[in-house]
Design a protein. Structure first.
Length: 683
């Protein structure tokens, strides 16, 4: 029996492969933006293409655009054969579904059809009905629809098993993603042939196993665009804050409102309404419809959420990076992560497929589920539940899968497992813990009952671990962390027994040893401050290269209040960071300041909402890890030397360091990438 099944499987695969080999001629229905782009891609892959439309002028314009595109690609060396050779494989024909004889001629000898007519169900059904009559029995009928159910389109034919979605992304010549959508009756063989054809056309196909509204990419896109809009509608943030957070914090290529303008608010609202009508629990933000009613459609009309130089002329809106500060960006993408979980829970696609689709379809720096893991799935769930409690919309119904994962401790990167597994290990060394997360090493202060009060042994152990991390080629960044509280300072129960004559050795020396390890380390060091960093705790934090604190944290040097003064470098590092006057204020008065004020003073680099603090640190580590390590080490050393030597000596040292950096392979790669307008691939 097993042998028979295996033979049957082989026969099915052989049949699909044979059918694929027979796909020689492709019919593209529609010569618009998507149609002519698909025709070009198919011809570039060696296929013979017939492109049809209802008017010759549409076809002529399409061929002109294809010719221009091919010539540009050829000039850049991205096309192996001359444009005229590709053009020879494209024929055009005027055809109209109302004139069945024209469709009979157009479809008579094709192997595969890709329909790219306007997004109207009745029009598509009419096209498919006629195609079904005249296309050869073996021909597959595919639709490039982005929102209409494949199952509904297939009902217009007598071959629903051969009807499939083949959703390209605009522009088809550039974007690699193709969503291959399975209708209720689409056969496995049809899906396989479509997948292989997409690969032949140089695309990355993702199979959408269920014919759900919006498939994968548009469901995810609709969520974060809509949520960003609602945050502005409710007065939580401005559009600039939302877009800045997506651009500069999460590294999205476009902000939510910028992308909405680019897509076109008429297209976006139509897409959302179509998905909503088909059962997606989506409450469309009123701002979208308001602008639509005012005729502000985005780039195409010259104005939407932003203004543009002229109708149809896109210019990236100016949004300052500073607008992102203090924005809880989890609240922008929480429903998008939840939607990704819904797709997995309902068997539409697996996590890898969802993420590949969102990276290739939306150009995100990481997939939406991997982003959720990075942000912390527990934080995402908390954000959704808070909105559900406050607003009561169905949009904020957490997916059961997400709830179960959080209950099981699968909260993402920080837990070692979420939608993916991560390289995480932790070693308990008593007063500190050492945690390894990929390329980051975390030194975690571990005296929670004593509010992480420091001891000489604790400082020396931190210095030892830091030194080893600095020498470890696999470590790209060090994070100092204390859990709920960074550190309340040096342990006064130890301090009371210190012989004053031995204080430089017993108290100051451990601080100095830790400082030498951290400040002399070629890797960047981040202090992640929560709760408070007081006294010796702040002195340790000031040894780091970068400091990130939750907004509710307190920082200060309160030693004066118990009759002593800073002894771990506070009087020396504070003036260098905040200036003489403010250093005097902190040291002489002993009053702490909150993290928001500390950011203004320059004592911390970032004061962030508590919910995003974990992800902020991990995103910062990721960003630092992407930099060339030689230049990073040289730059760190040069900046630190600037605090110690006269300007003339510092400039000389900088020049020598610059020369060393310029001589590296990474410098050559970085400069070449800049000139070639691509991302560098640093080693």
């Amino acid at each position: 029996m097993g042998g028979a099944l295996a033979l049957y499987s082989l026969l099915r695969l052989w049949t699909a492969d044979q059918a694929l080999q027979e796909v020689r001629k492709v019919l593209v229905v529609g010569a618009g933006v998507m149609g002519h782009g698909i025709a070009q891609v198919a011809a570039m892959s060696g296929l013979n293409v017939r492109m049809i439309d209802i008017k010759q002028e549409f076809l002529d314009r399409a061929m002109e655009r294809i010719k221009e595109s091919l010539e540009k690609l050829y000039a850049k060396g991205k096309l192996k054969e001359p444009p005229e050779e590709v053009l020879k494989r494209i024929e055009t024909m005027v055809a109209n579904p109302d004139d069945e004889s024209s469709y009979a001629e157009a479809a008579k000898d094709v192997d595969f059809v890709i329909e790219a007519v306007p997004e109207k169900l009745e029009l598509k059904r009419a096209v498919f009905s006629v195609l079904d009559k005249y296309a050869p029995p073996h021909a597959i009928l595919a639709s490039n629809t982005s929102s209409i159910p494949i199952t509904e389109i297939a009902k217009a034919t007598k071959r629903p098993d051969k009807v499939v979605g083949m959703h390209f992304f605009n522009p088809p010549v550039i974007l690699k993603l193709v969503e291959v959508v399975r209708g209720k009756e689409t056969s496995d063989e049809t899906v396989k042939i479509t997948v292989e054809l997409a690969k032949k056309m140089g695309k990355v196909p993702i199979v959408v196993n269920k014919d759900v509204p919006g498939f994968i990419v548009n469901r995810i896109m609709a969520r974060f665009l809509n949520e960003g809009c609602w945050l502005v509608e409710r007065g939580v943030y401005t559009k600039e804050q939302v877009d800045a957070a997506l651009r500069y914090k999460l590294n999205f290529p476009m902000g939510a409102f910028e992308l909405a303008d680019y897509v076109g608010l008429d297209v976006l609202v139509h897409l959302m309404e179509a998905m909503k009508e088909r059962g997606m629990n989506l409450t469309i933000c009123p701002l979208f419809k308001k602008l639509l009613e005012e005729g502000k459609l985005g780039v195409k009309s010259g104005e939407g959420f932003y203004k543009y130089p002229a109708p149809g002329k896109f210019k990236k809106p100016v949004v300052k990076a500073s607008a992102a500060e203090g924005v809880d960006y989890i609240s922008i993408v929480d429903t998008a992560v939840n939607e990704g979980a819904w797709l997995v829970e309902n068997g539409v696609a697996g996590p890898e497929e969802v993420d590949t689709a969102t990276v290739l379809g939306l150009n995100l720096p990481m997939g939406i589920l991997k982003l959720g893991d990075s942000l912390g799935l527990d934080n995402v769930l908390d954000s959704i539940n808070e909105k559900k409690e406050k607003y009561g919309l169905e949009d904020y119904r957490p997916v059961q899968l997400l709830e179960n994962m959080v209950k099981e401790g699968k909260c993402g990167v920080k837990c070692g497992k979420g939608f993916y597994e991560y390289e995480v290990s932790e070693e308990d060394l008593g007063e500190i813990k050492v945690r390894r997360e990929g390329e980051a090493l975390w030194i975690i202060l571990n005296r929670p009952k004593q509010r992480n009060a420091l001891t000489p042994e604790m400082l020396l152990k931190m210095a030892e671990v830091a030194q080893k991390a600095c020498e470890d080629e696999g470590v790209r960044a060090i994070v100092l962390y204390g859990g709920d509280v960074f550190s309340a300072g040096f342990d006064l129960t130890v301090m009371k027994d210190v012989d004053p004559t031995k204080a430089p050795e017993t108290v100051a020396r451990p601080f100095k040893k830790l400082a030498l390890a951290l400040e002399g380390c070629p890797k960047p060091v981040i202090a992640y401050i929560t709760g408070y960093a007081l006294g010796g705790g702040l002195e340790v934090a000031m040894m780091a290269d970068l400091r990130l604190a939750t907004e509710d944290s307190l920082l200060g040097q309160p030693e004066i209040n118990v009759g002593i003064m800073p002894g771990g470098g506070g009087t020396q590092r504070l003036p260098r960071l905040v200036g003489l006057g403010r250093a005097m204020q902190l040291v002489l008065l002993g009053d702490p300041i909150d993290a928001v004020e500390a950011e203004k003073w320059g004592l911390v680099n970032w004061a962030v909402p508590k919910r995003i603090a974990d992800s902020e640190v991990r995103l910062l580590v990721k960003k630092l890890s992407s930099k060339p390590k030689e230049a990073l080490a040289l730059a760190k050393k040069a900046v630190r030397v600037a605090q110690e030597v006269p300007l003339i000596d510092g400039l000389e040292m900088e020049a020598e360091a610059f020369a060393r950096a310029l001589a590296t392979e990474n410098a050559k790669e970085g400069i070449a990438a800049f000139l070639e307008k691509r991302k560098p691939n640093f080693k």
